[in-house]
Design a protein around this ligand. Structure first.
Ligand code: HEM
Length: 346
């Protein structure tokens, strides 16, 4: 296997075919780091990260002094780095897109500040959890004294064959309505300004009330989602990738996709066609907290805000979920060959 190169105009881990494991780490810049000196040390961390990740993903086995990276290419390691909304203000002088702002309070929020926010967000993905843990550990160590871990959250997917959509803990296929390459160009990647070839990522740790949802029974579960649980097909259709038809009614005059179904409330028609690239994982924080580690990439986080505001009032799924963690970041443009990650920031 060739691995996923770290270098490139855009960071990997966004449009990369989804790996089985993720570990998110949110860091805060140490309070000792401020002003120009802070900028310099942050830059040095990004440079160290670039070097080790380029070696791990692009050179042959054993190319790095860091133990444990031998599997990086085979496991399709990607590391995706983003900047939180508080950092530019604290450091000053960073060149970031204007859309980088914290999210407003949203319906369904019961956020734990200890597992929300962060100055720097790192998404480590690979096909195995071991590689993910090794790499996250290395990155944290290389940032020692500059970035302090604020929270971390692992996630995983059920094993799937090529082209199969993984399921979430409600048992439904999640990720069916995804974006093709042309749609990613249009709706994900920034095309101009300081963030060109970057994007935004919205992270939500969404607790799922699995017992309550189970009690609905399969038919009402399918009405809450608007799709069949087994096949993933939209209600009224046969196959998973058949179109979601919001207009057809039953002989009794009800919509085939119910008025408050999740796929209706989340439909891009209601946002003038705007799309987000969902790349979520399941998480398991013990018997009281299992759910969806919602991860979505888009060119402006305002889209997430609009959709979530609508879901809060128009979605039959919303009584079954609680948003406990939240973060937003500007995903930096990629490190072009010979450059360090974050070159456009400084
Ligand atoms: C679609 C589950 C939260 C946005 C779907 C689908 C499922 C699902 C099963 C249909 C399959 C698919 O197209 O992927 C869930 C669960 C959630 C959750 C269990 C919470 C635990 C959210 C949130 C947002 C969102 C917070 C955004 C604010 C969407 C969008 C679609 C979708 C945009 C595709 C709609 C379309 O184009 O047909 N979700 N979802 N979901 N969801 Fe969610």
């Amino acid at each position: 296997p060739d691995g996923v190169p770290f270098h490139g105009a855009r960071q990997a881990g966004v449009t990369t075919r989804q790996q089985g494991s993720v570990l998110l780490t949110a860091y805060d810049l140490s309070p000792a780091q401020r002003g120009r000196a802070g900028v310099k040390t942050l830059r040095a961390v990004l440079s160290r990260w670039t070097r080790v990740l380029a070696t791990a993903t692009e050179d042959g086995d054993g190319g790095s002094a860091e133990p444990g990276l031998e599997r990086a290419r085979q496991a399709r390691l990607t590391v995706t780095v983003g900047i939180g909304p508080g950092l530019p203000e604290r450091l000053g002088g960073l060149s970031v897109p204007a859309q980088l702002r914290g999210l407003p309070p949203l319906p369904g929020d019961r956020l734990d500040p200890g597992s929300s926010g962060g100055d720097v967000l790192v998404q480590v993905c690979a096909d195995d959890a071991w590689t993910v843990a090794v790499v996250a550990g290395i990155l944290t160590r290389l940032a020692d004294g500059v970035l302090r871990t604020r929270w971390r959250q692992p996630g995983f997917l059920p094993p799937v064959t090529d082209g199969e959509t993984p399921r979430n803990f409600f048992g439904f296929k999640d990720g069916t309505a995804t974006l093709d390459a042309a749609e990613c160009e249009r709706w994900v990647w920034l095309k101009e300004g300081p963030g060109s070839d970057g994007t935004f990522c919205v992270v939500r740790r969404i607790h799922m009330r699995i017992a309550a949802f189970t009690d609905l029974g399969r038919e009402r579960q399918e009405e809450a989602i608007g799709r069949r649980r087994a096949s993933g097909a939209p209600l009224g259709r046969q196959r998973e990738h058949d179109e979601v038809d919001l207009f057809t009614k039953t002989p009794e005059g009800r919509y085939v996709i119910p008025a408050r179904a999740h796929v209706r409330a989340a439909n891009p028609r209601l946002d003038g066609g705007a799309r987000m690239l969902r790349r979520g994982y399941s998480y398991d924080n013990g018997p009281d907290d299992q759910g969806l580690l919602f991860l979505a990439f888009m060119r402006d986080p305002a889209l997430f805000v609009r959709v979530q505001q609508r879901l809060g009032t128009e979605d039959d799924l919303s009584p079954f979920v609680v948003h406990r963690g939240s973060a937003v970041c500007y995903v930096l443009p990629g490190a072009r060959p010979g450059q360090d990650l974050g070159a456009t920031l400084f």
